[in-house]
Design a binder for this molecule. Structure first.
Ligand SMILES: [Zn+2]
Length: 629
């Protein structure tokens, strides 16, 4: 099936409308709605100014126009702050009154014969979560720049890019109508389609019966395209085989490899946009294959296997959902499995990663006070440094990924090896996504896990998903011959905790009282601009991890009160507990067998044929044999 869940939502609602129409005018066929057309003018890249015209077809006299307040991140960012002005005119060019209704909504009158709404918006937010026009390129999440007519959101849209600078080309998963004109069935679909315009490099390939485009906007000296494409082949084959599904014919990867800070990846139903620091991908492709596996798996989990609480998308305020531990965290669990199956990750490194994940969760005191569901609901607070403090919050990515692993092990145990996380996800794909249904947050995940395991999983969900009980790691890992070892180490201590909100600057969340960092003048709330002489980016975390006791730390910070300053202090030492996965003293052949199946992401034996929604085919993974060496 080749429709996103969002599109299903539209169809369901339109069916209701048509039914009502049919009852009153059963003789009349409703004509197709005329398109709303955007003309997006790129003639001012140096000023980062985008001039937009919305060409509205004839209809009601009064129209409401809305610019989304959030998109791409679960954070209200009020894109209307960048709108310089809004004007409107009728088809003959006479001005129409524009009334600002609230900060992100406008009303126009006199549009019965159609109207043209014009506005100017500033776009200079870099990265996969932003919208940016500069002299180098344009990259748009269209919801951040396109105001939509509220009454036409579910109808067809066209977008035309004008004054595209000489030599620039356009890449987007949108349907191409002509050179610079694209169409979409509705606004949701339109804005789920990232657009890159510039002088990029393109490669494409076929795999698993689909066509893939790879768009790279970076310095050619910084990356090896054939190597990237080779890894993408493995990832898409491993993921589609694991899900036994390919709900698309074409898919687009958009990459940027900036020399400076880079923000990560953003998923879309038919594409992903990924930014990674150029240095980090030169050393190894691990970061690229990890993020890519994660974002690619999102085309199922969150885009098609979608929680009811995210639908319909409310562009005017937060959509509160308890399911991000699943939609994001379990996508990270799947990322690991895809990489294992693709032969891009081995057992040793995978178990190390799990140990690091457990360490991250156990070190945050908030794991005893904030549940995975609460962390999902509170995603909207993540833009605030205090919220990110270890005593205030956990990460739904971190705990969600671990819950995905625990759920996998739980389902395996309860079903005597006949089902696994794979069957849970395939069941959700078959029974929600393919049927155009959304799932009821954690309850919907539980429904799927119980259906494939034939077990009551209420207490698992109550204790670890809705609750904050300590996860008894060893009880889960024993079946695959592993235990979690606690290690107490004297480790380097920089004397502060910093955190970063996606591509925004890194800020100081906590400073050890009486420590050298505090004595040097570091304060909570300081923005860190440079670490060891390098601008702060995604790789800064690694710089901090690699510090040794006694090293001199040189940090450039900025704050509103104290301005910009360079601080220096010596890295100290403190005791810290970390967690590692280790073999049990005696690993039995049965445990060894279970572990092999677990690391392949496969059940040990075919599920009971009578189980509802049992997947039809169970083709083995392409590189699965390389997994457990
Ligand atoms: Zn994600």
């Amino acid at each position: 099936m080749n429709l996103s869940v969002a599109v299903f939502g539209r169809i369901v609602r339109r069916t209701v409308c048509v039914a009502i129409l049919a009852a009153s005018f059963s003789f009349a066929q409703a004509p197709p709605a005329p398109s709303v057309t955007y003309a997006v003018d790129l003639s001012s890249p140096e000023q980062h100014l985008v001039n937009v015209q919305i060409i509205l077809p004839a209809g009601t006299a009064e129209r409401e126009l809305q610019l989304p307040v959030w998109n791409a991140l679960y954070q209200v960012r009020d894109f209307a702050q960048y709108v310089n002005w809004v004007r409107a005119k009728d088809r003959s060019g006479s001005p129409l009154p524009v009334h600002e209704f609230n900060k992100s909504r406008w009303q126009i009158q006199g549009a019965e014969g159609g109207a043209i709404v014009e506005y100017q918006i500033y776009a200079d937010s870099p990265g996969p979560f932003g919208a940016q026009l500069n002299s180098h390129h344009a990259f748009f999440n269209l919801a951040e720049i396109l105001i939509y007519p509220v009454d036409a959101r579910t109808g067809p849209f066209k977008v035309r890019f004008g004054h595209v600078p000489e030599g620039w080309r356009i890449a987007t998963p949108l349907t191409q109508a002509s050179d610079a004109e694209f169409s979409a069935a509705n606004y949701d679909r339109l804005v789920d389609s990232p657009v890159e315009i510039g002088n990029f490099v393109e490669s494409d390939f076929d795999e698993a019966g689909a066509h893939f485009r790879v768009i790279v906007d970076a310095d050619p000296a910084d990356y090896d395209l054939p190597k990237i494409v080779a890894a993408l082949h493995k990832i898409v084959l491993a993921a589609t085989t694991w899900m036994n599904d390919r709900p698309f014919d074409t898919y687009t990867f958009i990459y940027h490899f900036p020399r400076g800070p880079a923000g990560g990846g953003m998923e879309h139903a038919y594409a992903t946009a990924i930014d990674l620091n150029a240095d980090s991908i030169k050393q190894s492709l691990n970061a690229l294959t990890g993020v890519t596996s994660h974002e690619f798996f999102h085309l199922w989990n969150v885009k098609r296997i979608r929680p009811q609480t995210l639908e319909p998308v409310d562009y005017t305020k937060e959509n509160y959902t308890r399911a991000l531990w699943f939609s994001e965290g379990v996508t990270s669990t799947a990322e690991g499995i895809i990489e294992l199956r693709a032969g891009l990750l081995d057992e040793k490194h995978y178990l190390n990663q799990l140990g690091e994940g457990i360490t991250e969760l156990e070190r945050r005191p908030a794991h005893l006070t904030q549940s995975a569901e609460e962390s999902s609901l509170d995603a909207w607070l993540e833009g605030n440094p205090y919220y990110r403090r270890p005593e205030r919050s956990i990460s739904y990515y971190n705990k969600g990924e671990l819950l995905g692993v625990m759920l996998d092990l739980k389902v395996r145990e309860a079903s005597h090896g006949q089902a696994s996380l794979r069957e849970v996800l395939q069941w959700m794909n078959a029974n929600y996504a393919k049927k155009g249904r959304f799932f009821n947050d954690s309850e919907g995940v539980r429904e799927a896990a119980e259906a494939v395991s034939h077990a009551d999983l209420a207490s698992f969900f109550a204790k670890y998903v809705a609750g904050t009980e300590e996860i008894p790691w060893d009880d889960f890992f024993r079946q695959v011959g592993l235990r979690v070892d606690t290690i107490s180490n004297n480790i380097p201590d920089a004397g502060f905790i910093a955190s970063r909100n996606f591509e925004r600057p890194m800020s100081v969340a906590a400073v050890t009282p009486g420590g050298d960092a505090e004595r040097a003048g570091l304060q909570v709330g300081d923005t860190i601009i440079e670490l060891q002489g390098k601008p702060v980016g995604q790789e800064s975390r690694q710089t901090l991890i690699e510090l040794n006791s006694g090293d001199t730390l040189i940090v450039k910070v900025r704050s509103r009160r104290a301005g910009e300053r360079e601080l220096k202090w010596k890295v100290g030492t403190r005791q810290e507990i970390s967690y590692e996965l280790k073999d049990l003293a005696q690993v039995t052949p049965t445990q060894r067998e279970r572990r092999i199946a677990w690391l392949k992401g496969e059940a040990q034996s075919a599920p009971d044929a009578s189980s509802p929604g049992a997947p039809a085919g169970r083709a083995p993974g392409p590189a699965a044999s390389g997994v457990s060496q």
